[in-house]
Design a protein around this ligand. Structure first.
Ligand SMILES: Nc1nc2c(ncn2[C@@H]2O[C@H](COP(=O)(O)OP(=O)(O)OP(=O)(O)O)[C@@H](O)[C@H]2O)c(=O)[nH]1
Length: 372
């Protein structure tokens, strides 16, 4: 049926897919779209401070089974910081269509907080027409099993005990917990990379951080039945109190009031200001051709090992090869494959903690920083 979304009084469900850098959000969404079974799904994609790589991967995949009616990329910055400028107009545009989508899927940047985005669904122009169907938080089970995203709890406790200031978690840890706390469904992805015991272990640790009755499901490559991902009917926008997030305050902002005072960051319009994401930085490097795929992989792996580097992705040129090689690096894993027709070959996006050693990254990847 394609008319369900137009029944009077029925709101269009929107699923928010969140999760840390490289957890597998894009992979999960591609799988979902392939199994959409004729549903008209609109996809809104947001990336952190780069050139919208995932959007171009989505569009460029030319997958005949891809069911996305429409892919909209938000490019003004992080979705949770540009709600008013970018996200709401996009939603209004989608909703004003003669045939509005039946379902909306929103992929947030790996560094976005879901809470400000969910709150945006309470804005009058959106609230009457759309409801949050569910917040799906995708986790990298392999990274978690290695203790890469949740800092070692003992180290954290020691650090906290050593100082009475409360604000001691790393930005990565805080984001991670906020993404978990907001979840209606947690997907423990990359299950293929960990043993059953390790998976169970991670699952038990995560269970302490999610709200009651939130399901945690394992997946490989985000392959889950569409019925599991969509149709949860959580109406998260009406339930923000239980999804409370950390206060991401800055030195000049010690406002410890509750949610309602705290979310008006949306009204800062400085394009260079990543608000809660001041702790992270992202660079687009223009890189020269590598002599072989093997060299490219080795260099990227070395760059990933540099302090503060969290994610590298893009497309590079290889001597003697017509097709560019796609590069996807998360933690100690680098994936590469040749992809004819890939856009923006010769560029890598590097995302990491503020202060990462860009010179060292450039040294390894041979990159020249692309003009902004
Ligand atoms: N082994 C394995 N690799 C996976 C799985 N899911 C995703 N990957 C790989 O992990 C990398 C990151 O996947 P993406 O889907 O791009 O992750 P993302 O969360 O969209 O990444 P960002 O947009 O950078 O935050 C890619 O190289 C994927 O192929 C999985 O279940 N198993």
């Amino acid at each position: 049926m394609t008319t369900s979304s137009m029944q009077p009084g029925r709101k269009i469900p929107a699923t928010i897919v969140t999760g840390f850098l490289g957890a597998g959000k894009t992979t999960l969404i591609r799988n979902l779209l392939r199994n959409a079974d004729g549903r008209r799904i609109a996809l809104i994609v947001n990336e952190f401070g780069d050139m919208g790589f995932d959007g171009s991967l989505m569009n460029g995949c030319a997958d005949p089974d891809c069911a996305a009616e429409e892919v909209v990329e938000l490019t003004n910055g992080c979705i949770c910081c540009t709600v008013a400028d970018d996200f709401l107009p996009t939603m209004e545009m989608l909703l004003s269509r003669d045939t509005p989508p039946e379902h909306i899927v929103i992929e947030t940047s790996g560094l976005a907080l879901p809470q400000p985005l969910v709150r945006a669904f309470s804005w009058p122009s959106v609230k009457s027409k759309v409801t949050v169907d569910g917040v799906v938080t995708v986790l990298d089970a392999a990274a978690l099993a290695e203790g890469r995203i949740v800092l070692d709890q003992a180290a954290l406790d020691a650090q906290r005990a050593a100082d009475d200031a409360l604000d001691h978690e790393s930005p990565v840890e805080e984001l991670f917990q906020d993404q978990l706390r907001c979840a209606d469904l947690v997907v423990l992805n990359k299950a293929d990379l960990v043993s059953a015991e390790a998976l169970k272990d991670v699952q038990e640790k995560i269970a302490a951080d999610v709200r009651p009755a939130v399901h945690i499901v394992a997946s490989e490559k985000g392959t889950l039945p569409i019925e599991v991902l969509l149709g949860r009917g959580s109406a998260a926008e009406d339930d923000m109190a239980s999804r409370h997030e950390h206060h991401h305050h800055h030195d000049d902002d010690h406002d410890h009031d509750h949610d309602d005072d705290h979310d008006h960051d949306d009204h800062h319009h400085d394009h260079h200001d990543h608000h809660h994401h001041d702790d992270f930085e992202s660079h687009v490097l223009e890189v020269a051709a590598f002599d072989s795929l093997r060299t490219a992989e080795a260099r990227v792996l070395e760059a990933m090992a540099l302090k503060g580097v969290l994610r590298i992705k893009g497309a590079v040129l290889i001597d003697g090869k017509a097709a560019p090689a796609m590069v996807q690096a998360v933690g100690p894993r680098v994936e590469t494959w040749f992809a004819a027709g890939a856009e923006s070959a010769g560029k890598l996006v590097v995302i990491g903690l503020k202060g990462l050693d860009l010179e060292a990254v450039r040294g390894l990847l041979g990159g020249v920083k692309a003009a902004a």
